[in-house]
Each structure stands twice: as C-alpha cells, then as structure tokens.
Write a protein that binds this ligand. Structure first.
Ligand code: NA7
Length: 542
C-alpha cells in the first residue's frame, strides 16, 4: 500500500476513543497486521466507564459475565467477576486487565483530545488533528461512545452558584465527599437513580429535582456464586451462541423476544403472577422475561405500568411524594432502569422531591436552586442530566468529509448513515455503536466486537481488491433509515420522548436512533458484506 511521502506520522488506522469499543478495535485491527494508534482525551483508559465514576455507578444491564468481551475464552475463564451487576471500579479493573493482557497500552495515547479529522480526496487519507500534532491514516474508527457527550443544560444563573457543580457523566477525579452537605440532584434517569440512594446515605440533605418520573426495577445485585461463574465458563460456547442467535422471524420484536408466552393466552391473574415474580427476581429479567407484547402492545404495557405504579405506592410512605413519582410513559420505552432502594430513599428524613413540572426551575442563585415555589439552598449540585446520546459524540468530533462538508452540515436535519457504520461523503470513516446500530440496546462489548469484525472484513476486502476508499451511497442510507424507522414504528418506543429519539436535547431533531434488530442486525450486516457490499461504493487505490 503506497503511503504519502510525508514526515507526518502515518497509521493504517486511527481509533478515536479508548473505551470498551476503541480498545477492542485497536486489538482486532492490530491482530490483522495493521498499524493502529488509539487516542483518548482522558488520562486513563475506560471511556464511559472512566468518566462515569459517580457513587452507585454499576452495570445496569445483563448480569456478569455477559457484560464483557466474548472473543477470548481465556479472558472469559481467567477474569472473576464478583457481583451480578458489576460496579464501575470493577469494570474499570477488567478493562485495565484487558489492556494489559493484550498489550494495548503501547498503542494508546491518552490525554489527547482529538480536535478534528479531515478527509483528503487526493490522497485517500484522513488527517487527524491532535491539537499540537497532526497524524495521517487511511482509516478512522470512531469509537467515541454512545453516551459520552454530557448534556449540561443551560440553567440560567448557573455561574452565580457559589457551590460545586458536578456531572455524573464527567465526574471529577478527586474524591467527592457529601458528608454534611446539602446536595441538589437534577435528573432521574439511570445515573440519578443509581446515585441518589448512595448520596443520601452520606449527605445532610438531598433535594431531587425531577422533570420526568421514572420506572425502576430492583437490581437485586448480589455476589456471584463461584458455581454460577463456573457454569457459564464451562458452557461458554453455548452461552455466546445464545447471545448472537437471532430469535425466530415471527418474533414480534427481534431485540426482545420475551419469555415465549403471549400475554393474551393468559388470564389477568396469571399475568400479575408473572409481573410479581419478575419484580421479585429483579434485574433486566423484568423486560426480557416478560411477555413478547410488552414493548409493542399499549394494553399490556399499561398493565405493566399500573403494576409498577402499585409498587411505588407500596414502597413510598408519603402518598403525596408517591404521586409525584408516578411516571406517565410506556414502561421500557425509556432505558429500563435498575436500582438499589431508589423509591425507598424518599422515606428518609433527609430526602425531598421537587416536581419540576409543577414547580419549574427559574434560575440558580448564589446559594441554591430557585424554583417557582422558592429557593432550595444547596452546597453541591449534581447534574444527572444524561448525554447528547448516540449521535452527539460524533457531532462533537464533527469530521470533515469530501468537498469540505462537515458532519454537522450533513446531519443538519437528522443523522444519515448506512448500517449505522458509515456515512456517505466520509470515506473510510467507520463508527462503532453509531446511530442506527443496536448499540445501547444490545450487549455493548459484544456489539463492539461484532461491528469491529465487520469493519475489519471490509478493510481486508479493500486490500485484496486494491481499493483505496469505501463509502455508502445516499440511496443506501435512505433505505437503511427506513429500515430502522420501520422496526421502531412496530413498537411503543417512538411514542415516548427519550434520548433514543433525541428529545432530551433542546433543538435536536427527533429521530429514533437505535436499530431494534438485536442479533438479527449483525446477521443482516454480515449478509450485506457476503453479498459483495451492496449499497457501498469502492474507489480504486490511488
Ligand atoms: P438520562 O437517562 O438521559 O437521564 C437524564 C435525566 O435528567 C432525566 O431524568 C432527564 O429528564 C433529566 N434532565 C435532562 N435535562 C434536564 C433539564 N434541563 N432539567 C431537568 N431535568 C433534566 O441520562 P442518565 O445519565 O441517567 O442515563 C444515560 C445512560 O447511561 C443510561 O441509560 C445507562 O445506560 C447509562 P427527562 O426524562 O428528559 O424529562
């Protein structure tokens, strides 16, 4: 492969981000024999797992060891997860172990914020701007995280506040103590719901400012019994196969086939018995072990909502507070949340709840938060306000493609891409967990492996064919968009304002950003590659 004559450092591939996805991409592409360099703005590896160090942060998804890399039997067998819902420090240690085991650190440059990336059509190369240095690459892999551009709402007067302002997704590196402090928390998504009970254990007082009430199900986190881990390790091949096998085509929703039973074949008593059993067991089993109709049928979903609302009334002592905590969206259409004592936290004397819908924030003052009803004095403000999710981190990178077109121009109305992996006009630039992939609704480490493998196969294909650039057609992007939208429209997801649709960010266009195909998505993208990369255009190498 001809390289441009230049003294600028040149790599076959540059990976942006050294989190779960970026590190796997580095490993896999390097194993293929490519020269690869990964950059990350953080002082440590870990990506989202480094930045989200707030109290109570842990995997709120499938139990360990399913949230982990799957490609190496040795890694699966040697790493001992200690709890069913791994804590943030444990995930970070695991990622450290992964980086050491596969000797990744020598090709990761930390403390290096990528300022931009620009494609040069004449050389078929990307120039990546590192601030004080520029580097060239044939391929750029954007592993910039689906949940990594923090949403910091422009609250009037926030600069007047004399206390400290923290964001759960950008937690400070120094230890934070809430001992004796009056803490305000804005936001009751997964992060707020994990953090609030932990902060309440330490703080003098916690005032929660809630815009939307949320459903949450007990995480039932517990130590992993050695025999459980051993059983998974012994049957690893079968376990992994289960993770990548699509449900039968007749499944109502490939991503969530449910428990195989139809809610309509059972009596109301039987259904309630199931909800009760799922609640008792907790975990995301509440979604995955539920009826297939849960996310597609309003009637069944409403029944589940009513069941969960009953639980809130049962747990929360003060009826007025319980009513403020009643969500009004379809369960599961916002990211399902797992908690450890969230609703019960409102029974503590040192916790109070402000419903922002009836008592909105007017401004921050020097001493606290001014809502319509008065001033709430606080010493620390925790913003658990989430992220400009899925497309936000790509827009923050804002690469410049063919003809000097920036991504934010191309995505002005909405994001466009093909397979969630590539954008027309941005040759050789790949995304992992980009908009239009199953990303946040699949196992993220496994999803990263499978997307990286697709990217690697595409690179191999190009090399074997003497191709220097690949990008999708605009038409292919259009039909992909229809596919993602059509799948979403079969469900209740689009009926709810959420970060899946971009509705959490003011001014962002609403567009459902997740492919709901689960494992079927990966089969689909493999077929497209096997059939000769339909929808892509390859350019001969110059
Ligand atoms: P989320 O799920 O986006 O939650 C953010 C919360 O902050 C949510 O309750 C929002 O209310 C609230 N919010 C956002 N902006 C504001 C403003 N301006 N005023 C008041 N309240 C606001 O983010 P998380 O970090 O909790 O979770 C993200 C993912 O990270 C999660 O799914 C896990 O997978 C890990 P809203 O509901 O939009 O009305």
């Amino acid at each position: 492969m001809t390289k441009p004559a230049s003294c600028t450092p040149h790599f076959d591939a540059i990976v942006i981000g050294a989190g779960v996805s970026g590190m796997y991409a580095l490993h896999h592409l390097r194993e293929m024999g490519l020269s690869v360099r990964a950059y990350d703005g953080a002082p440590r590896i870990g990506g989202t797992w480094w930045h989200n160090r707030y109290p109570g942060a842990r995997v709120d998804g499938p139990s360990a060891p399913l949230y982990g890399y799957t490609f190496s039997d040795e890694l699966v067998k040697e790493w001992t997860w200690t709890e069913t819902q791994s804590s943030q420090p444990e995930v970070l240690s695991y990622l450290d172990h992964f980086a050491d085991k596969f000797d990744l650190r020598r090709d990761i440059q930390l403390d290096t914020w990528v300022q931009g990336a620009c494609y040069d059509e004449a050389t078929q190369r990307w120039t990546v701007d590192l601030g004080d240095e520029r580097v060239l690459a044939e391929f750029v892999i954007c592993a910039v995280g689906a949940l990594s551009a923090p949403n910091k709402p422009p609250i009037p007067g926030i600069d007047d506040f004399e206390g400290r302002v923290l964001h759960t997704g950008d937690w400070p590196t120094d230890p934070v103590s809430f001992e004796g402090k009056r803490v305000g928390v804005i936001g009751t998504g997964s992060s707020g719901i994990q953090a609030i009970p932990e902060i309440a254990k330490q703080a003098a007082h916690v005032t929660v400012f809630q815009r939307s009430a949320q459903y949450t199900v007990p995480a039932r986190n517990r130590p992993l019994v050695p025999e459980e881990l051993a059983a998974v390790r012994e049957n690893w091949e079968a376990v992994r196969t289960g993770m990548v096998t699509p449900p039968p085509p007749e499944a109502l929703l490939p991503m969530m086939p449910g428990n195989g039973r139809s809610a309509f074949d059972e009596t109301s008593e039987q259904r309630h018995a199931l909800y009760e059993e799922l609640w008792t067991n907790g975990t995301l089993g509440f979604v995955y072990g539920n009826y297939a109709e849960l996310l597609v049928n309003e009637e069944i979903n409403r029944e589940v909502c009513a069941f969960l609302q009953g639980k809130i009334r049962e747990i929360v002592d003060d009826p007025e507070t319980a009513e403020k905590l009643m969500p009004d969206h379809f369960y599961g259409t916002k990211r399902p949340i797992l908690d450890d004592g969230y609703y019960a936290t409102y029974n503590r004397d040192n916790v109070s709840l402000v419903d922002l819908r009836s008592d909105p924030i007017e401004r921050m003052t020097a001493k606290g938060v001014q809502t319509s009803s008065g001033e709430h004095a606080i010493d620390v403000l925790v913003l658990a306000t989430g992220f400009d999710a899925i497309s936000g981190s790509m827009l923050r990178l804002n690469p410049v493609g063919r003809d000097g077109v920036r991504l934010d121009e191309r995505w002005k109305e909405q994001f466009h891409n093909y397979l969630g992996l590539m954008v027309s006009g941005f040759p050789n630039l790949f995304m992992i967990h980009g908009p239009g992939t199953p990303g946040v609704l699949y196992l993220m480490p496994l999803g990263a492996e499978l997307e990286t493998e697709w990217i690697a196969n595409c690179v191999e294909h190009m090399r074997s064919q003497g191709k220097g650039a690949v990008e999708p057609t605009v038409e292919a992007e259009g039909s992909w968009d229809s596919e993602v939208t059509e799948l979403a429209n079969r469900t209740l997801f689009p009926k709810t304002d959420s970060w899946y649709t971009g509705a959490n960010i003011e001014g962002k266009s609403r567009h459902f950003a997740v492919h709901l195909g689960g494992p079927a998505y990966f089969e689909r993208i493999r077929q497209i590659a096997d059939s000769g990369y339909a929808g892509f255009v390859f350019e001969d190498e110059f």
